[in-house]
Design a protein around this ligand. Structure first.
Ligand code: FES
Length: 144
């Protein structure tokens, strides 16, 4: 293991693809408006705000001009998660992608930047704190 390869501490993980989506793997439950959440092992969530298939990526980031290398730095300390089980993703109307459940968050280099049981990820592309939401969707008048 190299100095920068930190251990994955949750079966569920999400990493930021450079200039592209948030890619999640694990036991995912995704609420997209139906009565039951989608249960799947992998999903690509739009981070650029331009997908026609929100909350999922449809590849539009390649032509939308979205730029984020996914170079978020690891938190000063990363706790080991004791929780197990699924992580749910719910897109807040015109706002962030809300995650609830044990999750390891990684940057584009697959370095663990945080572990969490609750997070709000930017979906509009305008946050200055990517991959997390900083409220910029309001000024950006994000719809989706
Ligand atoms: S990140 Fe792929 S369409 Fe938005």
């Amino acid at each position: 293991m190299s100095d920068t390869a930190l251990p994955v501490v949750s079966a569920n993980a999400a990493f930021t693809a450079p200039n592209g989506p948030l890619i999640a793997t694990g036991d995912l439950h995704i609420h997209v408006g139906g009565a039951e959440p989608l249960s799947q092992p992998r999903a690509s969530f739009c981070r650029c705000g331009a997908s026609a298939k929100k909350p999922f990526c449809d590849g539009t980031h390649r032509t939308s001009g979205f730029v984020d290398a996914g170079e978020a730095v690891p938190a000063a300390s990363i706790a080991e998660l004791t929780e197990t089980g699924p992580v749910t993703f719910t897109p807040a109307p015109n706002g962030p992608l809300l995650a609830a459940g044990p999750l390891t968050v990684q940057n584009a280099a697959k370095q663990t930047i945080a572990t969490t049981t609750r997070a709000a990820f930017c979906r509009c592309g305008a946050s200055a704190n990517k991959p997390y939401c900083d409220g910029a969707h309001k000024a950006a008048a994000f719809e989706g």
